[in-house]
Design a protein around this ligand. Structure first.
Ligand SMILES: Cc1ncc(COP(=O)(O)O)c(C=O)c1O
Length: 430
């Protein structure tokens, strides 16, 4: 374990603070800073429509424009500055790994931890850097003590891997998992809270809730569900794989004790990065996935005891945070909503088009589900990809959760959104 003293010693000895400064000179980061400096207004709604500004942001990526990637919900590309930083950290790791990676680079993760904690609004001693949301959530699901007959509640819209993790505990430990359905587009967030509240039993121990549902982008009323759970002594595990750095929020607005996310989605950090937040006084109640010593029982770093692993991905989270700060979390959310409003306005004129995501800004942001009457989601996906190079995600259930998930990103251009509309309209005419 890296102690604070050892971190400071090795940080100073290795000239730690030189590298983040070097990273800040990266072109893609300067592009963002210059673009921001040119802005003449600070209203996110106006910035969302400022094409000159977004042109600069688009140029910070090295994506292949012969594809149109509208499946950023799956996994995102990083801006050039992040990929370059990762390569640089990888090269530095190779110098003499047992020293350059473990002694010089690894301690710098503490800087990343501090910055992630600040963004999320928690203490750095509550922030574990993990590989993805799956690792974060499975740590919680496997790590909480439950006995035979204990009852767990989860919606069928939760991520399938997490439901499978619970099902494994059902088979192994005899707990009871109750999954429930909700309408694909609820009448209001309260309908979701009521769906949970109505199923609570005296033996309910855990509620697992998504912050943003992966299939249709529904934003769940996490704070109300956390309040509900706390009032009844039930743990609430929040799967925030799609929420962090997608739209602005802080831990205290959610009132949550447990939260897991991926950082290779909306933060645009390197692939294989995520975080697990556990409220300080609850760390001792959740076992790590891989064993740690008893002296670490109350230490958030026990969740990082996974043996030798690359440090380059984790360190380049720093550059992703700097990029994110440069764009501005509110500007990003406003831009994503603006991109969606453009295609929705045009395509929803057609009677065969159904939107399976709420348009209420409290209930959706960068992920929307488009269903076309008479054509299966898989056929739509294949047509768009094979004929137009447009990548979407076909969603087939459960129940009425059907359609193609459309998730542009801040590098998406208006011309691309219009070309996507042309392609869908062509399909509707065929
Ligand atoms: C709601 C939700 N949870 C968890 C995950 C798993 O994320 P990862 O594959 O990064 O672990 C996803 C992935 O899309 C997701 O949408």
């Amino acid at each position: 374990m890296t102690t604070r003293r050892r971190f400071l010693q090795s940080a100073l000895g290795a000239g730690v603070f030189a590298a983040p400064l070097a990273a800040l000179t990266d072109d893609a980061l300067r592009v963002v800073d210059r673009a921001r400096a040119r802005l003449r207004h600070d209203d996110p709604e106006k910035i969302a429509r400022d094409e000159r500004y977004w042109r600069d942001i688009q140029s910070a990526f090295t994506i292949d424009r012969n594809w149109m990637n509208l499946n950023n919900g799956g996994v995102c590309p990083s801006p050039r500055a992040v990929s370059e930083a990762m390569r640089r950290y990888l090269d530095q790791s190779q110098a003499a790994p047992s020293y350059s990676m473990w002694e010089q680079l690894e301690p710098r993760k503490e800087v990343v931890r501090t910055r992630l904690a600040k963004h999320f609004g928690c203490d750095r001693e509550e922030m574990a850097i993990v590989r993805n949301a799956s690792e974060a959530m499975e740590t919680l699901i496997f790590g909480i003590d439950l006995k035979k007959g204990d009852h767990v509640l989860a919606c069928t819209h939760n991520y399938p891997r997490m439901l499978n993790t619970w099902r494994q505990r059902v088979r192994r430990h005899g707990i009871e998992l109750e999954t429930f359905d909700v309408p694909v587009v609820p009448k209001s967030p309260k309908q979701l809270v009521d769906a949970v509240a109505g199923r609570i039993r005296p033996n309910t121990r855990v509620i697992e809730v998504v912050h943003v549902a992966n299939r249709n982008g529904q934003i769940w009323p996490v704070r109300d569900i956390c309040r509900l759970g706390r009032s009844k002594g039930i743990e609430v595990f929040v799967d925030g794989a799609h929420a962090f750095a997608h739209f602005p929020f802080k831990r205290d607005e959610l009132e949550c004790d447990f939260y897991g996310t991926s950082l290779h989605k909306w933060l645009l950090a390197p692939h294989g990065t995520g975080f697990l937040y556990v409220r300080k006084d609850r760390i001792k109640d959740v076992w790590p996935l891989m064993a740690a010593s008893a002296s670490q029982d109350g230490d958030i770093r026990k969740y990082e005891e996974i043996g030798t692993h690359p440090v380059a991905n984790a360190l380049a989270i720093g550059e992703a945070l700097t990029f994110h700060e440069g764009v501005g979390p509110s500007n990003k959310a406003a831009r994503l909503r603006y991109l969606h409003s453009r295609w929705i306005k045009r395509l929803s004129r057609n009677g065969r088009v159904r939107l399976n995501t709420s348009d209420d800004p409290n209930q959706s942001c960068g992920l929307r589900l488009l269903d076309i009457d008479g054509i299966t989601p898989t056929d739509v996906q294949e047509h768009l990809r094979e004929k137009h190079g447009i990548i979407t995600a076909a969603i087939n259930g459960p129940k009425d959760v059907m359609g193609n998930r459309i998730s542009p990103n801040i590098y998406t251009t208006l011309e691309e959104i219009d070309r996507f509309c042309d392609a869908v309209e062509g399909l509707l005419r065929a």
